[in-house]
Design a protein around this ligand. Sequence first.
Ligand code: GRF
Length: 212
Amino acid sequence: MKIAVLISGRGSNLQALIDAASQAEAGPRWPAGIVLGISNVAGAQGLQRAEAAGIPTTVINHKDFEDRETFDAAMTAAIEAAADGNGAELVCLAGFMRLLSTPFIDHWRDRLINIHPSLLPAYKGLDVHQRVLDAGEDFSGCSVHFVRPEMDTGPIILQAKVPVQPGDDADALAARVLEQEHVIYPEAVRLIADGRVSVDGELAQIDGKGKN
Ligand code: GRF
């Protein structure tokens, strides 16, 4: 499956997808290839990661567009022109820090996924780890989900849970969660690329079985 990855910054989840492909060279078959990395921020660290892996990249700066819809349309055009015009079949948001317009989300419906650093539906939005700590939670985690117009909603494909430990600050908790993000994002892509994920009544099912 040909995938496009949208980033705005560090790109460690992009790196996890790159690593999953390269580690699989000697091991089990890896069913996905990244055909394009898009950043809305020039100089984002994730762009260097993609370039180092030989992945085509492009910067599409939202500031160059008059509105969200036009910016999003330019991204769709780039994604559909990738892989010599064959286009990507799955779009992965990986720390992409722009809200997407409903036309873009509808166009890519059930072909657009996101990773979020909380156990959705809890703690949507930004500044998740500090809010989890402030609430005195015992656990946090991360979620991979299909994207719907309302921010951080949509059928949940995979989640991983981590403990909140005494003395955690937001950075310590973020690091523990991020480690699991790097496990479940490639795993979710693998499941989708292998055709094992379906959406039924706004619930994601793996091998026809609902989990959420
Ligand atoms: C991750 O925590 C991800 O869950 C969130 O943004 C962060 C991106 O990190 N959506 P990176 O750019 O993949 O390192």
